[in-house]
Design a protein. Sequence first.
Length: 307
Amino acid sequence: MTRHFLRDDDLSQAEQLEILDLAEQLKKDRFQTKPLAGPQTVAVIFDKSSTRTRVSFAVGIADLGGSPLIISTANSQLGGKETAADTARVLERQVAAIVWRTYAQAGLSEMAEGTTVPVINALSDDFHPCQLLADLLTIREHRGELAGLTVTFLGDGASNMAQSYLLAGATAGMHMRVASPIDYAPHDEVVRDADAVAAVTGGSITLFTDPIEAVAGADVVVTDTWVSMGKEDEKAERLTSFGQYQVNAELMALAKPDALFLHCLPADRGFEVTAEVIDGPQSVIWDEAENRLHAQKALMVWLLERA
């Protein structure tokens, strides 16, 4: 049975750990394995603009001996004349895997149903699971074992990053806190799913509206842009709603003295985070950005050879 990676809880805790272990090995020796030798082709489809996702997947596929085929939906039939399911049936006869950065999670689910090659969610409106593998790898590099750590996400709780943190953090056995305005809380079904996972792994899920309470004693503090792609018309309202959730030096001081700061980038310095924090000694954003490469390579190796 073909395995896909459409959301963070598609992996068990043991599988997540296996991929992170493999990512550490591949970071030490980038060219140790070539599952895509041939070269085999991986289709990398973009509905949204991208820097880190495009570069990390293209470089990672090449590192694994393959050839990345970058496809823009603006210049293809996908989303226009052809369904995601039909596109997948065409691609599966020619490529080893499909990576898609898109809007609706439902499209990814449709593409994955019945196809014979792995489908990877490179970002959707609901989840950003590849970024979370990179984030967990980064946290583990700096803090060791993930289970038992307290991680606080501040800002838009219904964003793909917040919701992936809930699922991936719960899978890792972490104590996840999300602080957001009530109107921007994570989706109820995602919270329920994360709670169910946490009950098995020993993690926990707690939602806050008070950022000060949420950050107190945290091992890791995370934020993301307040205005994601497709939300530009809500910018003025969002800047007002999220003002108190800005990660600044005063807020970071409430976390543990050695707390890490993460941001998946791109960042709006002076809005969701101050320059003092994102460019400061607690920030590990450049390790985080690099680790997209190693985590995604490990994921592809795992899906192609070990799942």
